[in-house]
Ligand binder design. Structure first.
Ligand code: IPM
Ligand code: MN
Length: 357
């Protein structure tokens, strides 16, 4: 019997709708080729909906999504609306309310020409960052005292729970085991990235990492403070395989990673709770200045579709989408990942065509 997946689509703001349209185009090509189906339900949330109704994303929408298998998100964010309001309600809302504790961000260079680093190619840039996705400064515990006075005090808590820390670290070790050693390496490796020398609360990460690592003697471990990790990411990206890090540092280092792999045009991420409904999105924002111009690069969203299919168990389709994109880049048919280098719909069509051959 044909498998049917229930998928919520959430185009959101700015270029979200255009890039999502291309992602869904590739999804339907994959359905035809690989013989599965999706039942899609579009959700209207984002800036326009908020301006019309005053509603960000209602509880009923989260409840509806809990009965589905995946959410595919375009982009959220609009300059007309208070900083962070929609991002917090929708993106962080999905992450927190659905307990999507893994933010999986692969950093894989598909062709040397896309890398801004000297003498680095696909062999040197192939890692996965496991960003914790439900705690840290993102938990939203903050406040202001004596606001708007010269004596104002602002405070925001970075919180880490033993359970939250352990489950993401365990996920990273399991992922490393599944990936196996990188070419030329004798064992898979997990690097802990933290700042436990300054943020002493992250000693919880140090201790939990050591405990979990002891259960995986076949996996090598490494450690880098976040500042040094940023340096190594640029100087020696080949040193990373799987890395695990708290939420805020993971946010920052994956933008750096996105550049190393060729830019925001191609960087995708999965917000995952293994075995449960999960959300997939490009890492880039809503880029309002490109809205409606057919210039935005949809490849990051198409990569997010591939990650979603992998999560749903359609691993062959997922791999084929990735290799189709890699092939188009390697053949020089996709010349650049910059916005405007190709038309948005042209890139979607190219991936579909490459999938069909
Ligand atoms: C990301 C984004 C979000 C984050 C914003 C939009 C809240 O930058 O997904 O990396 O900080 O997590
Ligand atoms: Mn970010």
């Amino acid at each position: 019997m044909t498998k049917v997946y229930d998928i919520a689509t959430l185009p959101g703001d700015g270029i979200g709708e255009e890039v999502l349209r291309e992602g869904l185009k590739v999804l339907s090509a994959a359905e035809e080729i690989f013989g599965f189906r999706s039942k899609q339900e579009a959700l209207p949330y984002g800036a326009e909906h908020f301006l019309k109704t005053g509603e960000t994303m209602p509880d009923a929408a989260f409840d509806r999504i809990r009965d589905m298998q995946a959410v595919l998100l375009g982009a959220i964010g609009d300059p007309r609306i208070e900083v962070g309001k929609l991002e917090f309600a929708i993106i962080a809302g999905l992450r927190f309310k659905l307990d999507l504790y893994v933010n999986l961000r692969p950093i894989k260079l598909l062709h040397e020409s896309l890398c801004p680093l000297k003498d680095k190619g696909p062999e040197q840039v192939d890692m996965v960052i496991c960003r914790e996705n439900t705690e840290d400064a993102y938990a939203g515990i903050y406040g202001f005292l004596k606001k708007d006075s010269p004596d104002e005090v602002a405070n925001q808590a970075m919180i880490y729970t033993r359970k939250g820390t352990e489950r993401i670290i365990r996920y990273a070790f399991e992922l490393a085991k599944k990936r196996g050693p990188k070419p030329g390496a004798d064992a898979p490796q997990v690097t802990l990235i933290d700042k436990a020398n300054a943020v002493r609360a992250q000693d919880l990460w140090t201790r939990t990492f050591a405990e979990v690592a002891a259960e995986y003697p076949e996996i090598k471990t490494d450690h880098a403070y976040i500042d040094a990790a940023c340096m190594w990411m640029v100087k020696n990206p080949e040193w990373f395989d799987v890395a695990v890090t708290p939420n805020l540092f993971g946010d920052i280092i994956t933008d750096l990673g996105a550049m190393v792999q060729g830019g925001m045009g191609i960087a995708a991420s999965g917000n995952i709770h293994p075995g449960q409904v999960s959300m997939f999105e490009p890492i880039h924002g809503s880029a309002p200045k490109y809205r409606g111009l057919n210039k935005a690069n949809p490849l990051a969203t198409i990569m997010a579709v591939a990650m979603m299919l992998d999560h749903l168990g359609e691993t062959e389709a997922a791999t084929r989408i990735e290799t189709a994109i890699a092939g188009l880049i390697q053949e020089g048919r996709i010349k650049s990942l910059q916005a405007g280098a190709h038309r948005t719909d042209e890139l979607g069509d190219m991936v579909c065509e490459a999938l069909r051959v």
